[in-house]
Write a protein that binds this ligand. Structure first.
Ligand SMILES: [Zn+2]
Length: 329
């Protein structure tokens, strides 16, 4: 028998609040007079849930150890801020092959999967949104041309576009001359810095995010190793939030970069690659989540960005990858 520890949720919820309040103008407070949405834990529930938006004065939340991570807690907080699931957006049928029969579901279940018409869509559809469910039942999967995004769905990491969605809806903005690079934008929580797409850092997103390293691709294949140790090697517990490592692969102008990942450590094949994984940012819009890798032992990708950003993230144990890279002739 494997014992699952009863993980305390408070650390995860506080970290989720920190993530949201350092990237948006949303603030969390323990002063009752400040409160617009009051959080009360609901001990009658044994799953994680939150109501959507401000629906009653003493709103119920439920955080249990099954949803132990800052991303899973943020998912519930973002519901309470008024947002539905990504897979319930009115445009979801352009992205998902949805085979579930809503008619046969209980009303509670149907509310998790039906389309909500009439919502304003502030950001593009992102399979890597923290508000997207995984395809655990094989009943809804990415459309054919995006089929490789299956493991990306169901993440426990807030996407760049999740924060932007909150900022747009709440009209969070900055009055500043700060010019952000690489599709960043001034951070409403701190207007002297930019919110950057993953992989970019510095105050204006012009630098590589840390920790990380930069390599130069040549015609000859080269390799670089990424090791990311999140501790908790016995696997029963894990970090509430991910640790990250960024690799920039640079190439001469107009050369595409070809990469091959080789997984050295044990694979962590869970829905949404939500324990750890690797993402090579190949989307034309590199603010969007690209395919995440955590299942199998390797994968090929081609990127037209220089630098191409490789992001490794981990919350449990030791991950080790070898990245083979070169540019095209
Ligand atoms: Zn939800």
């Amino acid at each position: 028998m494997r014992l699952i520890p009863d993980l305390s949720m408070s650390e995860a919820v506080l970290r989720a609040m920190e993530l949201i309040s350092t990237h948006t103008c949303i603030k969390f407070s323990t002063e009752p007079s400040d409160v617009m949405i009051r959080m009360e834990s609901d001990p009658t529930q044994n799953f994680c849930y939150a109501e959507i938006g401000h629906v009653r004065p003493h709103q119920k939340f439920s955080f249990v150890s099954a949803c132990y991570s800052s991303g899973a807690a943020a998912h519930e907080l973002i519901h309470s801020l008024g947002f539905i699931h990504t897979h319930q957006r009115s445009d979801r049928d352009q992205y998902l092959d949805f085979k579930m029969n809503l008619e046969d579901m209980t009303p509670d279940m149907r509310d998790q999967y039906k389309i909500y018409e009439g919502q304003t869509l502030y950001v593009p559809y992102d399979y890597g949104s923290v508000m997207h469910y995984p395809d655990e039942s094989g009943n809804y999967y990415p459309i054919e041309k995006n089929i490789r995004m299956t493991d990306t769905m169901g993440t426990e990491m807030l996407a760049f576009y999740d924060y932007l969605m909150i900022n747009k809806y709440y009209e969070c903005s900055c009055d500043t001359d700060l010019k952000c690079q690489n599709n960043g934008y001034p951070n409403p929580a701190n207007c002297s810095q930019c919110n950057c797409p993953y992989g970019y850092g510095g105050d204006d997103c012009s630098r590589r995010a840390e920790p990380g390293q930069t390599v130069i691709a040549t015609l000859e294949p080269q390799t670089v190793t990424i090791k990311l140790d999140a501790g908790f090697r016995n696997g029963d517990e894990r970090q509430v939030d991910f640790i990250y490592s960024y690799l920039w692969i640079e190439a001469p102008a107009n050369k595409s970069i070809v990469t091959r990942i080789e997984l050295v450590s044990k694979e962590k094949c869970v829905p949404g690659c939500s324990r750890g994984g690797l993402e090579i940012k190949i989307n034309d819009d590199d603010r969007l989540t690209s395919r995440r890798f955590c299942c199998g032992t390797g994968q090929f990708d081609r990127s037209f960005h220089s630098p191409t950003i490789v992001m490794a993230y981990n919350s449990v144990g030791m991950d080790e990858y070898i990245i083979h890279y070169r540019h095209d002739p």
